[in-house]
Design a protein around this ligand. Structure first.
Ligand SMILES: C[S@@+](CC[C@H](N)C(=O)[O-])C[C@H]1O[C@@H](n2cnc3c(N)ncnc32)[C@H](O)[C@@H]1O
Length: 307
């Protein structure tokens, strides 16, 4: 598919990356956006390993589980938008299915450049990278089958509004995947952050990612900055996101990890929502599971057809 048919604004392209970044209209929010942009221009997250190739991306996705489940759930003919794609691993991975159109957007040009060079090196013609701001997106409403935004909205001044802006881009019947720091599961990271701020580098081994032998040092430094030196982050609960979904007529399909205790099936199959009590118990447990790796949870919903 030609990407210009999905855009509301004319193409403005250099070095293969479309430059369509516009400012956020509210001045205070724009200040935070600019700080975040400067941060991620310096810390390109998550970054590639020197040896990354399509087969390595597939291997990593298989090991992480989530990437593989997303890939399995998405049709080979879907139009997919990843918002806040960082260095574009997920975008490039999903684009390995050449019949999909996959677009990765981010405001950090340094991050997008890494994604673009992987795309060019491996000839992924159906993958496109676009510089854009979540709060001034250049795409037509109701144009995307799938929208993925993971690890991003909690770095914006108004995550709920960000979700609402992104939902506008999804077709009725399309799917939205939102990944956020969890209020409970992020507590261990908050404790580690306090320890690191008092003790410098001495106790960095308390973060399991920093102990990994299969990750090179420069990627570990980027992880550390992203997790512990980020200028702006917020934490969110399962019930909060369910409320966002309910207010905007989005049907809850599934969560990763599951917030209700139901076992995982297909991401786009409807799973039980669970009760608030179950969510609290689950999220307390997440402190000891996903809490070791930053405490990110993903909620998957379907934009309902208009009545
Ligand atoms: C922690 S990284 C996540 C990258 C990727 N989604 C992942 O999970 O590996 C957060 C990304 O969100 C981007 N971001 C933050 N605020 C944004 C905004 N207002 N518009 C577009 N991108 C934004 C940053 O530039 C950064 O690349």
């Amino acid at each position: 598919m030609n990407i210009s048919s999905l855009l509301e604004r004319p193409l403005n392209q250099s070095d293969g990356i479309l430059r369509l970044l516009e400012q956020t209209k509210i001045t205070e929010e724009e200040h935070i956006r600019q700080r975040m942009q400067a941060f991620y221009e310096e810390h390109t997250f998550p970054g590639y390993d020197g040896i990354d190739s399509p087969s390595v991306l597939m291997d990593k996705a298989g090991k992480s589980g989530f990437g593989k489940w997303v890939d399995e759930a998405i049709s080979p003919f879907a139009t997919v938008l990843e918002v806040g794609c960082g260095t574009g691993q997920m975008t490039n991975f999903l684009g390995l299915v050449s019949t999909r159109t996959v677009i990765g957007t981010d405001q950090s040009i340094a991050s997008l450049t890494l994604g673009q060079s992987f795309k060019e090196q491996f000839g992924l013609q159906n993958v496109h990278f676009v510089q854009a701001n979540i709060f001034a997106m250049p795409f037509k409403p109701n144009s995307m089958d799938i929208l993925i935004c993971s690890g991003v909205l909690h770095h914006t001044p108004n995550p709920k509004k960000g979700f609402e802006e992104l939902l506008k881009l999804v077709k009725p019947g399309g799917k939205i995947l939102i990944g956020l720091y969890n209020t409970y599961a992020r507590i261990p990271t908050g404790i580690r952050k306090s320890i690191f701020s008092c003790t410098g580098k001495t106790f960095r081994f308390l973060d399991s990612h920093m102990r990994r032998r299969d990750v090179d040092q420069s990627k570990k430094e980027i992880w550390f900055a992203d997790q512990y030196k980020n200028p702006h982050e917020s934490w969110h609960s399962v019930d909060e996101v369910l409320q966002w979904f309910d207010e905007k007529n989005v049907k809850f399909l599934s969560g990763v990890p599951s917030p209700s205790g139901s076992t995982h099936g297909q991401l786009f199959n409807e799973h039980p929502r669970g009760s608030t009590f179950e969510h609290i118990l689950k999220q307390l447990g997440w402190m000891f599971t996903i809490g070791r790796e930053g405490g990110l949870f993903v909620m998957v919903g379907e934009k309902k057809m208009p009545a």
